[in-house]
Design a binder for this molecule. Structure first.
Ligand code: 5AD
Ligand code: SF4
Length: 495
């Protein structure tokens, strides 16, 4: 069925005059209401709900944006499809490495026929790939059947863009902003778990690591005001959330540039991330607080102190090192040396012995030598990580490292494999260290593979499976960790 033929009475432009003087939130509410009518008509024509599927690539930030996108789509009456086949398919893209882009092209290629024969009604692409002009142009021309393209700064306008596409004459709508125009926070949100939620505390990044595209696609660093963040946490608490994950590209520089709408309004040297973290922990009903990501150069003693003394802060720290060589770290513009990083790890381990550390490692950065790899392996051995994310350096157009001399792929692949082997060895050694102890576990869901078991996470984010039932979901249980199984533990309720 060609859903384009369903008549809707008015077109987008007829409504422009009604919108004068509305705030952005009111404007978007208006378009959500308008979309409700259209989705209803489409569902009636189909004789079933109009479905959507949101496919998310990349980091926590994107997953959190997707929860808001899903919130909007639910609000306008669409129903989430059980699988990836749906009337509306949204790709929330990542562009941090080339293989993230390649995956999206693969999906798009597979959808061409389904779009042309009407099985799929509409395709939308948003996220970080859309903040690169050349990629937008490429998709526009190569995949002409894509209906909507929008970026990281205006995804809150999804209902408005859909309305334009549903009612107007444009076959393809592209709307990407180069920088944030407005900050629109109060969006409907569909959380994956009712009892835990991410909360953005800041957007963008000012660090310009020489390999990284993020500052170009997510913009300059801007922190939300503490009032705004604490209000959001309180309303999440009122909805039953007990675990909060504070999100930012570099949470340790929270508060350097506060933001109101798009303007930077103040700079308060006395209120930074440790203060915010303490204030979030003071909110009654919030039982656990996590955060992501910490840049090693900005992790202060004050933060370690707050973490040490506040039991609500989870015993988990993601501390991306990228590589262990001081020379390469300088070329990467990371602003710390190998020794400074190792000292930081030692200090954290001394103050918070039960901490679980994880990191990101990049292999194959331009100019990397065998000696640099040895430094990286030293850091991995010394830091005793619980989890290591290893990446092959991927050239990103427009970044300083893109114009440096690149290494041959064979050398990089061989080094990558060697580092990976070491990572497996180190994580295997550290993974069993909680066996025989008792831990608090926040139960997330029934276990898919073990009958009568539930699955949850310890404060340090490690998974635990133990016998239980659905009434435990969303509660914190005291669990005896009977057996270490590598990446997870098998346990039993500790009574
Ligand atoms: N190539 C490979 N990995 C990258 N990362 C960021 N940019 C690149 C790139 N160009 C990795 C870093 C970062 C993580 C989120 O992604 O390790 O910490
Ligand atoms: Fe990219 Fe560096 Fe910013 Fe992380 S800190 S997002 S690696 S520029």
């Amino acid at each position: 069925m060609d859903l384009d033929n369903i008549k809707v009475k008015s077109t987008y432009t007829d409504y422009e005059s009604v919108l004068d003087g509305l705030t952005e939130e009111e404007r978007q509410e208006y378009f959500m209401d308008k979309c409700v009518e259209i989705v209803k008509a489409k569902s009636e024509a189909l004789g079933r709900p109009y479905t959507f599927s949101v496919q998310t690539f990349g980091c926590q930030m994107n997953s959190h944006d997707s929860e808001k996108i899903i919130g909007i789509l639910n609000r306008i009456g669409m129903v989430e499809a059980e699988d990836e086949k749906a009337d509306l398919i949204v790709f929330n893209t990542c562009t941090v490495r080339e293989n993230a882009n390649t995956k999206v092209y693969g999906h798009l290629g597979a959808l061409k026929k389904l779009k042309e024969n009407g099985t799929v009604d509409m395709i939308a692409i948003c996220g970080c790939m859309m903040q690169q002009e050349d990629l937008v142009e490429y998709i526009r021309t190569k995949y002409r059947f894509v209906d909507l393209m929008f970026g990281t700064f205006n995804f809150y306008k999804l209902a408005e863009l859909l309305y334009r596409r549903f009612t107007g004459k444009e076959k393809q709508i592209v709307e990407v902003l180069k920088s944030p125009e407005k900050s629109v926070e109060r969006l409907p949100q569909k959380r994956k778990y009712s009892f835990k939620s991410g909360v953005n505390i800041m957007y963008g990044c000012n660090n310009f690591c020489t390999y990284c595209i993020v500052p170009y696609v997510r913009g300059r660093e801007r922190s939300r005001t503490p009032e705004d963040i604490l209000d959001e946490v309180k309303s999440l608490r009122d909805e039953g959330v007990i675990e909060i994950m504070l999100l930012g590209q570099n949470v340790n520089s929270y508060g350097i540039n506060f933001m109101d709408e798009s303007e930077i309004i103040s700079n308060n040297p006395d209120y930074g991330f440790p203060e915010l973290l303490s204030d979030v922990c003071k909110i009654d009903g919030i039982e656990r607080v996590r955060f992501m990501t910490s840049h090693p150069k900005d992790l202060s003693d004050k933060l370690i102190e707050v973490m040490k003394n506040e039991p609500k802060i989870c015993r988990q720290l993601h501390l991306p090192v990228q590589c262990g060589s001081t020379k390469l770290l300088q070329k990467m513009n990371r602003h710390y040396t190998k020794d400074q990083y190792l000292n930081l790890v030692d200090k954290i381990r001394k103050e918070i012995p039960d901490i679980s550390l994880s990191t990101d490692i990049m292999i194959g950065f331009p100019g990397e030598t065998e000696e640099d790899i040895q430094d990286t392996m030293d850091v991995i051995r010394h830091s005793q990580y619980d989890q290591v994310f290893t990446f092959i350096y991927s050239i990103r157009t427009g970044t300083p490292a893109a114009s440096m001399e690149q290494l041959p792929a064979e050398i990089v692949n061989e080094r990558f494999q060697r580092v990976l082997d070491l990572v497996h060895e180190v994580t295997a050694k550290s993974s069993g260290r909680f066996e025989g102890t008792v831990a608090d576990v926040l139960v997330e869901e029934m276990n898919d593979h073990l009958d009568g078991y539930v699955t949850g996470r310890m404060s340090n984010n490690i998974l635990v499976h133990f016998p239980g039932d659905s009434s435990m979901i969303g509660t914190i249980q005291s669990v005896f960790l009977r057996e270490a199984k590598g990446f997870y533990y098998l346990g039993e309720i500790n009574d």
